[in-house]
Design a protein around this ligand. Structure first.
Ligand code: G3P
Length: 221
């Protein structure tokens, strides 16, 4: 499973890329707004220049014609830009039109297997089931990811990749990997948590103590 960062924060993206484990970024209007009143195009282009893989950025329009014209413009901003189109009938129509023009779509705000199936049929490059938001309303978000993977596997002709999104904690990420999801997009804080283990910290401290007791401050090189 690949990891994307779910953020529009440049410093966090740079750090993720430096770690060598982030191969894409997803943003949405809420995440972009967290960065203040920015020049949207410039911000997206900056992210696209930092990240070696796809960078998803979302349209604001709610009708298919508006989504299509916004997406056409966004698609000119960078080679690795992917346009996020929200689920729903308008979104399906826009996805189909954009796929025909070879514009890559991340079909977002997906909450059901049927929506994911329609995304694939319309030609979306990615589909983003929102795990945490389903959990928030008492549903099992990861079950939807698992079911999408199950259905997609029945039809090898489906090339749409599944991005487990709305990831809230490391356990979500682990569970997403177990479903075989192609990608999990994680907030920066979750990425940091994933790298941590208390026994790792205790182990490093103990090794250093043992070394210093005998060797003092002498380094081993
Ligand atoms: O990738 C979608 C994600 O940004 C939504 O996350 O935590 O706002 O539900 P959240």
């Amino acid at each position: 499973m690949r990891l994307f960062l779910d953020t529009a924060n440049i410093e966090h993206i740079k750090h993720g890329v430096r770690l060598g484990i982030i191969s894409g970024v997803t943003t949405n209007p809420s995440l972009v707004s967290k960065e203040g009143k920015v020049n949207y195009k410039k911000l997206v282009q900056e992210i696209c220049a930092i990240v070696p893989g796809p960078v998803s950025t979302e349209v604001i329009s709610q009708d298919s014609a508006g989504m299509i014209s916004e997406a056409r413009e966004i698609a000119t901003w960078a080679k690795n830009v992917v346009v996020k189109i929200p689920a729903g009938l308008e979104g399906i129509e826009a996805t189909h039109a954009l796929a025909k023009e070879k514009i890559k779509v991340n079909f977002t705000l997906c909450f059901s297997v049927n929506q994911a199936l329609m995304a694939a049929l319309a030609g979306a490059a990615y589909v983003s089931p929102f795990v945490g938001r389903l959990d928030d309303i008492g549903k099992n978000g990861m079950q939807v990811v698992e079911d999408i993977m199950l259905v997609y596997k029945q039809y090898p002709e489906i090339k749409t990749e599944v991005i487990a999104a709305s990831i809230r904690h490391p356990q979500h990420c682990l569970a997403a990997a177990k479903t075989g999801a192609h990608i999990a997009t994680v907030p920066y804080q979750v990425l940091l948590q994933m790298a941590k283990h208390p026994l790792t910290d205790i182990g490093i401290a103990r090794f250093n103590d043992d070394w210093r007791k005998v060797m003092g401050d002498v380094k081993n090189i």
